[in-house]
Write a protein of this length. Structure first.
Length: 133
């Protein structure tokens, strides 16, 4: 489990914002890669599970597992419960943007590695920027 203290209580150390969602993702991804965990499911604290989840549950589950198993060599990110408003490609594997109601996010191991690459580059960039101020 990783918890945040809310955006007003985040601390910054060496370019990292400790306790932020991005920092917690980093901790989780590092742990999963170290332990050779193949898939990660992020559940946010305000996740709402409705009765619709159980409609055709096994059919949905099998379709998702088929996509995961058939694409083990590709970065996969699933945003369950999302309403995308804006999506901006970061690279060929990852997009950023504005989404509503995304409270359950799936990453496979390759996506976790890609996330960490992007995270470390951003921390280095932010650290260099702070050192020039």
């Amino acid at each position: 489990w990783c918890f945040t203290h809310g955006y007003k209580k985040w601390e910054s150390k060496d370019g990292e914002v400790l306790g932020s969602c991005g920092f917690n993702w980093k901790i989780i991804c590092e742990f999963c890669i170290q332990e050779n965990i193949q898939n990660i499911l992020f559940l946010e604290d305000d996740l709402l599970i409705t009765n619709k989840l159980w409609d055709n549950y096994f059919e949905k589950k099998n379709k998702i597992l088929k996509v995961i198993n058939n694409n083990k060599d590709k970065c996969l990110v699933f945003h369950f419960g999302q309403c995308p408003i804006l999506s901006i490609p970061v690279n060929k594997n990852i997009s950023r943007g504005l989404r509503l109601n995304t409270h359950c996010i799936f990453l496979n191991k390759l996506s976790a590695k890609e996330y960490l690459n992007i995270y470390y580059k951003k921390v280095k960039k932010d650290k260099k920027l702070k050192n020039t101020l």
